[in-house]
Design a protein around this ligand. Structure first.
Ligand code: FES
Length: 158
């Protein structure tokens, strides 16, 4: 493979972690996480590089990455909205939040706005059922959401 895309920081973090894990394969999830932190998503080239590092085929890396919704296999916008539509959130109006976002951004679930600012996805339970409906905006939780709270939040984003 050609020039490495992942940083020195990535490789040194992985070397540190390696000593704490039973095998290199066990590093796969943290490696994907760290790689996504660097690029915002996991391109085929990055999956290949992670596979090279771990010593497994890129197809296996992709299979694992596609199993978990937290890994982005497509580029995402600056703001990544993950609206939970599982039972508790659904009962408390998450569908309305999703529809509101679709209309506001002019996109469907799974899409990114043309200016690359917003990506909208539906998410399985975020573990915040007691304060449903819940959403993650990048790495932050927003709970007890209503359409107007959501608007307030979105309208203040740069
Ligand atoms: S169902 Fe939405 S956070 Fe659990």
């Amino acid at each position: 493979m050609g020039k490495k895309l992942l940083s020195e920081k990535f490789y040194s973090a992985m070397t540190t972690l390696e000593s704490r894990y039973p095998s290199k394969v066990a590093l796969l999830l943290p490696a994907l996480h760290a790689a996504q932190d660097e690029f915002g998503w996991l391109s085929p080239e990055i999956l290949e590089e992670v596979g090279d590092f771990i010593g497994i085929h890129p197809a296996q890396v992709r299979e694992v990455a596609s199993f978990y919704t937290m890994y982005n296999l497509k580029p995402v916008g600056k703001y990544h909205l993950k609206v939970c539509t599982n039972v508790a959130c659904c009962l408390r109006g998450s569908e309305e939040l999703v529809q509101h976002c679709e209309k506001k951004f002019g996109i469907q679930v799974g899409e990114t706005t043309r200016d690359k600012k917003f990506t909208l996805v539906e998410e399985e339970c975020l573990g915040a059922c007691g304060t449903a409906p819940a959403m993650m905006l990048n790495d932050d939780y927003h709970e007890n959401l209503t359409v107007s709270k959501l608007d307030q939040l979105l309208d203040h984003l740069e």
